[in-house]
Ligand binder design. Structure first.
Ligand SMILES: Cc1cc2nc3c(=O)[nH]c(=O)nc-3n(C[C@H](O)[C@H](O)[C@H](O)COP(=O)(O)OP(=O)(O)OC[C@H]3O[C@@H](n4cnc5c(N)ncnc54)[C@H](O)[C@@H]3O)c2cc1C
Length: 395
């Protein structure tokens, strides 16, 4: 059988298996599992997670011994195409399969891989990210959370901020200072922490919009196993930056660690705008809006092609500095899509309360997605990386 025939046979088998095994309740928009033991899953979503994990398809490219299916890029792409064809939801997402999992796979020890990866692949535990501190955001290397070695464990003290979803997380990966006497980039380590212990406190941060998934996470003599430092003690700057590339690649849709790569969040936006305009009135006759919509469609198409090309050229589960460029353009496109929808909606695009759920959703999404050019490194930080690392411009 030629490679092409083999791929076609895989496509057919995948299609048949998905038709039989993807429950109706796991298709179309809705709940997606992300591993948290504190969030109850709808029965179909749980079943979908279990079936896909059993087949190694929550982390299709990972080695079998760690819960994956060892798919290469071509087979991975076929799987994603077939999932999209039936509007199947990704069975498992989150910082486990997308950020810390591939980081451990790339930079962890064999013991760390064996202890952590199979559970991550099965969605056992939700993960938070402990990078930012009140005085260390873009200047991340200025972090001061301290980890002191005491026998076979580290004792952590310090304060992390903007820890998304921490209130529902079971574990957190944290950048800590393990050697305060070294230059600031050289005394940092990345360590894994069980959040269910007295030394870890999570405090919600209320935003103007009310409910928020943001928290402060405080460590007061919290304990971590010494052998849960990933990629070597005082090597956390390198390890932490690689994890950030996995994060940015996830935002950009070009991380193929989980089963989410290659999906483009804004793919349906032009259609959504057109439908809204058709059902509500005449603003499509506005030539400026029409021109913006055409430009947006061109950019969205270019983004999808770039996404596919980035995946085709991958040497690992996510690219390096390319992730900054694709994340940034993806975020700018998504924000422009929100702006366009609101412009098309006119004064209805300012709804905050009332009966029309779609209008309120549009306003809130527009505001919420302003964060896309802050989270995972700000727009300016991405531009600095692109200037230095992609274009090779001087510092
Ligand atoms: C939705 C969301 C989710 C998040 N989730 C998490 C999480 O789970 N865990 C976590 O650790 N963090 C999280 N963050 C924090 C995020 O990583 C930081 O907000 C981000 O890195 C910026 O840091 P800062 O907020 O301290 O801003 P600052 O670093 O203080 O930046 C303020 C402004 O100065 C600009 N600036 C700073 N330095 C430079 C420079 N060298 N050149 C040009 N401009 C510069 C920035 O671009 C920005 O406009 C989240 C943020 C958001 C918005």
């Amino acid at each position: 059988m030629s490679a092409e025939q083999e791929l076609e046979a895989f496509r057919q088998q995948t299609r048949d298996w998905l038709a039989e095994n993807c429950p109706e309740g796991a298709r179309g928009p809705g709940q997606i599992a992300w591993g948290s033991s504190k969030v109850e899953l709808e029965p179909d979503v749980r079943l979908w997670l279990e079936r896909m994990a059993e087949r190694g398809w929550t982390v299709p490219t990972w080695p079998r011994e760690y819960g994956g299916a060892e798919l290469d890029r071509d087979h991975y792409t076929v799987l994603i195409d077939e999932l999209k064809r039936i509007a199947a939801r990704t069975p498992l997402t989150g910082r486990g399969v997308n950020y810390i999992g591939p980081t451990i796979l790339e930079l962890g020890s064999d013991d760390q891989k064996a202890r952590w990866l199979p559970g991550i692949a099965r969605g056992e535990g939700g993960w938070a990210m402990g990078y930012s501190e009140p005085g260390a955001g873009s200047d991340l290397a200025g972090l001061t959370t301290r980890a002191t070695l005491k026998g076979d464990h580290y004792v952590l003290n310090g304060r992390k901020t903007w820890t998304s979803d921490a209130m529902d997380c079971d574990y957190i990966f944290v950048l800590v200072r393990t050697d305060p006497d070294k230059p600031k980039h050289e005394g940092i380590s990345l360590v894994l922490i069980d959040m269910d212990q007295p030394g870890v406190q999570v405090r919600p941060i209320a935003l103007l919009s009310g409910a928020s998934p943001f928290n402060e996470t405080l460590f007061e003599d919290a304990v971590a196993r010494a052998d849960d430092v990933i990629g070597g003690v005082n090597n956390g700057w390198t390890v932490g930056k690689r994890l950030l590339q996995f994060e940015r690649s996830t935002h950009a849709g070009i991380n193929i660690s989980g089963s989410q790569g290659g999906r483009s969040a804004d793919a349906h936006m032009p259609e959504k705008i057109r439908r809204y305009v058709q059902s509500h009135g005449a603003r499509m006759s506005d030539p400026i809006l029409r021109e913006r919509l055409v430009r947006f469609e061109q950019n969205a198409h270019a983004q999808r092609l770039t996404q596919s090309r980035a995946i085709e050229e991958l040497q690992a589960r996510a690219p390096g500095f390319t992730s900054s460029a694709v994340k940034l353009t993806g975020a700018l496109n998504a924000q422009e899509a929100d702006e366009l929808l609101l412009a098309a909606m006119g004064t209805r695009g300012l709804a905050w309360e009332g009966d029309d759920a779609k209008e309120i959703e549009a306003t809130r999404t527009w505001l919420r997605q302003k964060s896309l050019t802050i989270a995972g490194g700000t727009k300016e930080v991405q531009l600095n990386i692109i200037a230095k690392r992609v274009l090779g411009l001087p510092d």
